[in-house]
Write a new protein. Structure first.
Length: 491
């Protein structure tokens, strides 16, 4: 980790300590404990100096006599801008008693969130660090407040961490929050995981040794370690599998980190030479990264003594990114990213994070008083994603709720325009069936088929709707249909 103990940071600590003098947290500790904890988290994430200073000072405008102008004079425009953004986020939450009325349906608060986030993504990273420490010390608050903060964290902040591919943060935040949202279920699943891990410990050590010996024989440099499934992740998976624990194959996994991509695939081959791979359980997120940029190869195998084990194979850089996401990008590209933000540019963000462009453009339109489809934007930002497969094994990501026509138009508009049927997991299905995580989808086409207006009722994604309407409008111009194309029905 880079050395962040600069004179500016030390001065920020001194200013924050003086500003928060006489203030105490619900734990009874001096308030300065919180900004110092946020500082430590941001340092662990490898954030740039201005972000760390803003993290130290993030509560001063709201809670102390210190003004934004004071911060601007002493620490510069960039730090003041970040502190102002975090303050806007906090202000947007004031008076929110129920998460169900807080979520982006509350227009004013969502606008503030978008404007603050759109200007500089580091505002959100500071807020995530702030929220993480609050969750770690949530036990000091009254039960009603605990549940509100925990539910908000589970439904808003953990998904945002996931979109930034900050995997380690997402896991910790979700588990801390779930413990307060549903303590009984948390305890039940936590005990189940501990029991499973204890029974699997000996066999996992044997598997780890077998794989390690094989990799050494091929002179592949590697690190191998166990990965335990988080409680909240298990909770969500069990819900998808009718609470059948026997259908969860990744309760524990072995993670192998190697030097380069070639070694990733060599390692995969070695593992498959030792154990029998399960059909349909090989996922190549290196060739086709997840939407948030996550890269790794996953494979699930059956060992000689009938144990089911998942392996995750990745390079060191992929592992860093899987753990820290956007924060890792700042660590490796700090100067470039920071300078771009000061200039108001984001084109040098990693390709997988260019969805942030949409937020910045939205923020600009809001400031100019232009109309924005907030419902669509909320869907893009918060909706769950599913990953489905073509028969050849290509991975296609779609929003939860997507239908076969959405899949077809995602592949190509020519495929979408000529759909006559669909097979899901090898069985004939209909175009109204919602796709589910892991489905293998085969689109059946005919050159004689043409799009129908009735298909508009069988589409979920804006992308597919746009493609279908484009074709229907072309047909309308060329063939003069008997009846006009109906307007798009709002879902």
């Amino acid at each position: 980790m880079k050395d962040k103990d600069s004179a500016r940071i030390e001065r920020a600590v001194e200013v924050a300590r003086e500003a928060h003098e006489g203030q105490f947290r619900k734990t009874g500790e001096p308030y300065i404990i919180h900004p110092l904890a946020v500082k430590k988290i941001l340092e662990e994430w490898g954030m740039d100096e201005d972000t760390i200073i803003a993290g130290i000072l993030h509560d001063t405008i709201e809670d102390t006599p210190l003004t934004l102008e004071d911060i601007r004079k002493e620490f510069g425009e960039s730090v003041a801008f970040l502190v102002d953004g975090v303050t806007k986020l906090s202000t947007a939450r004031n008076g929110m008693r129920d998460i169900d009325t807080y979520l982006p349906e509350t227009k004013d608060n969502f606008l503030r969130l978008m404007i603050a986030l759109g200007d500089d993504i580091r505002v959100l990273i500071i807020k995530l660090a702030d929220r993480l420490h609050n969750l770690r010390t949530l036990s000091a608050l009254p039960p009603e407040k605990q549940k509100k903060i925990a539910k908000e964290s589970l439904e808003v902040f953990a998904p945002l961490a996931d979109r930034l591919n900050m995997g380690r943060l997402r896991v910790e935040m979700a588990d801390l929050a779930f413990k307060y949202v549903d303590p009984k279920r948390f305890e039940e699943l936590n005990n189940l995981i501990e029991k499973y891990n204890k029974s699997a410990e000996r066999s996992l050590k044997q598997i780890e040794k077998e794989v390690g010996d094989a990799l050494k024989k091929e002179k592949i440099k590697f690190e191998i370690s166990g990965r335990v499934k988080s409680v909240y992740s298990l909770h969500k998976k069990l819900a998808k599998h009718n609470q059948n624990i026997n259908e969860i194959y990744d309760l524990t996994a072995l993670r192998i980190i190697v030097d380069d991509v070639t070694d990733c695939y060599l390692t995969l081959g070695i593992i498959h030479s030792l154990y029998r791979p399960m059909a349909g359980r090989i996922k190549d997120y290196i060739a086709t990264p997840k939407q948030n940029g996550y890269q790794s190869i996953h494979t699930t195998v059956i060992t000689k003594d009938k144990h089911v084990v998942e392996f995750q194979i990745r390079t060191k850089e992929m592992h860093e990114y899987a753990e820290r996401g956007l924060a890792a990008s700042f660590y490796y590209n700090e100067q470039k990213l920071t300078e771009n933000y000061k200039k108001g540019k984001i084109e040098h963000l990693p390709t997988n994070l260019l969805w942030i462009t949409e937020l910045q453009m939205t923020a600009a339109r809001l400031r100019e008083g232009k109309k924005v489809d907030l419902k669509k934007l909320k869907l893009n930002l918060f909706a769950d994603k599913i990953f489905v497969y073509t028969p050849k094994g290509d991975i296609i990501d779609l929003p939860k709720g997507a239908l076969p026509l959405d899949f077809a138009y995602r592949l190509h508009s020519e495929i979408g325009d000529h759909v006559v049927g669909v097979k899901i997991n090898g069985k004939m299905s209909n175009l109204n069936k919602k796709l589910e995580q892991g489905d293998i989808v085969e689109i059946l086409t005919s050159k004689n088929q043409t799009p129908k207006t009735s298909w508009l009722e069988k589409i979920f994604t804006p992308h597919a709707r746009h493609k279908l309407l484009h074709t229907l409008n072309d047909t309308s111009r060329n063939n003069t249909p008997d009846r006009p194309i109906p307007p798009v029905r709002k879902k």
